[in-house]
Design a protein around this ligand. Sequence first.
Ligand SMILES: [Zn+2]
Ligand SMILES: [Zn+2]
Length: 232
Amino acid sequence: MIEASVEHPVKALRHQISERGWSMDDALHRGHGPSVPHVMERFHCEQCAKAVLRDQEKDESLEREMRDDDQRQQRAWMQETQQRQKRKRTEKEHEQRRLFEFLSDGSSDSDGMAEAAQLIKGLKVPQLKHVYATNQLLVSGSKGALEERILGCKKHGRLGRSCPLCGNSKLELKYAPDNATEPHAVQCKHMRGMGRPCPFKKEFTPDTKVTVLTGQLVDDAEGDLRIVGLLP
Ligand SMILES: [Zn+2]
Ligand SMILES: [Zn+2]
């Protein structure tokens, strides 16, 4: 308690205190969230007022620190996600390059695949897409991925029609991770919705391959494959 008189005046500060409370009902999930802030006015002597202000500043700086911490964590999380996606992309590109190099292995170019791989590189992306549409192949991924699928189609053949289940032209040959020599299935990559791929997938063996992949690589209407010399 501070004594004040006209002869001995004391400075006082007026504060606005905002309190937001949770009732017991709220805490037990029976209520309707926190109450509206209850604003009160308080008078303090100078000393107490300064202590209160110090406390408030401490609270605020703590809150700021926590907020900064949250933002740091958020940034770190986003960076990690981006790095993971980049790693995944790189892995996929490596896999495609490996497949492409295998398919176009020049050491014994008995089937003309090494030459075909070079010719395919002469196709621009719009031309690749026309060829894809004509051959009912999945259009997605890098230019390297598109080239690889045409090469696979030339080497192994294709289903020869659009997907028998959904009618889409998004077919892809599937290779086992440890075997780039022979595909083991042809699969539809159409998505019917989030996480709902078309279930069409036809497995085959090297022996039954010709009975499943009855189609061959064909040229598009513009004759793009003939122009680059991939087809006669
Ligand atoms: Zn006081
Ligand atoms: Zn399908």
